[in-house]
Design a protein around this ligand. Structure first.
Ligand SMILES: C[S@@+](CC[C@H](N)C(=O)[O-])C[C@H]1O[C@@H](n2cnc3c(N)ncnc32)[C@H](O)[C@@H]1O
Length: 226
């Protein structure tokens, strides 16, 4: 999806992906990454997810990237965090928001993930992908999802990753492929990541609602380790 699509989604409040409380699969499976306390967790396409507050509360520093700057401001404001805002030294489209939270640091780059470089985010010990990979299409010629996974690897050195995804009961009936969230099959995951990670499906839970299409299916949690 283009940046315009997401800016418009936020502006028109089509943000059904926002959660009111920390994700159950995050809480249950994040420790499988073995990220040391005080380690640094990267949250790509982070929105204003409360999952980041949960990660901070567990003793991790969090680094996120989000296109929609207003969402970043809301994240800090809604949790009573006073952000220090800094311009990027060379990239005019990036702005850093930073605050301390319970002894840890929350750093969010407001801007496009593809403009962010490894030096901007520093050493990363773990990655949390919820509604990031599935938010991107993979149609040729852009292959945005492929580009995302390769850039994520460059940014993080393929740090261990908790990746949340979903599947439908019956994929054959899904015809609307124009809007996110997109189905990411195991074959596609292997294509993106198998050269760098061991990919383990650690949970598959039946759910009545797995996407904005209201199709029932399964919530999936993958742990990716080098
Ligand atoms: C489906 S939402 C998920 C947000 C968050 N991960 C969550 O769980 O609530 C996808 C988010 O990615 C952001 N986004 C999309 N493309 C982006 C890009 N290229 N760089 C940074 N953020 C992007 C959108 O603005 C949106 O907030």
């Amino acid at each position: 999806m283009t940046p315009d699509f997401w800016q418009n989604a936020w502006q028109t409040q089509q943000t059904g992906f926002n959660q009111s409380k920390p994700n159950a699969m995050l809480r249950q499976h994040f420790d499988k990454l073995n990220v040391p306390k005080q380690g640094r967790v990267f949250v790509p396409l982070c929105g204003k997810s409360v999952d980041m507050l949960w990660l901070l509360s567990q003793g991790y520093h969090v680094v996120g990237v989000e296109l929609h700057e207003q969402a970043v401001k809301e994240l800090f404001n809604e949790h009573g965090l006073s952000a220090t805002v800094t311009a990027h030294p060379t990239q005019p489209n990036l702005k850093q928001y930073r605050a301390d939270y319970q002894g840890q640091t929350l750093t969010i780059w407001a801007g496009n993930l593809f403009d962010v470089q490894p030096d901007d985010i520093g050493q990363i010990d773990g990655i949390y992908d919820r509604a990031a990979l599935v938010a991107l299409p993979d149609d040729a010629p852009e292959r945005m999802r492929w580009q995302y996974t390769q850039h994520l690897g460059t940014l993080t050195g393929y740090a261990p990753q908790l990746l949340l995804a979903f599947s439908y009961d019956d994929d054959s009936g899904i015809t609307d492929k124009a809007l996110p969230p997109f189905l990411v099959t195991r074959e596609a995951l292997d294509d993106y990541y198998a050269a760098h990670y061991d990919i383990q499906l650690v949970a598959k839970e039946k759910a009545e609602y797995v996407s904005t299409r209201a199709d029932s299916g399964y919530r999936l949690a993958y742990v990716l380790t080098a």
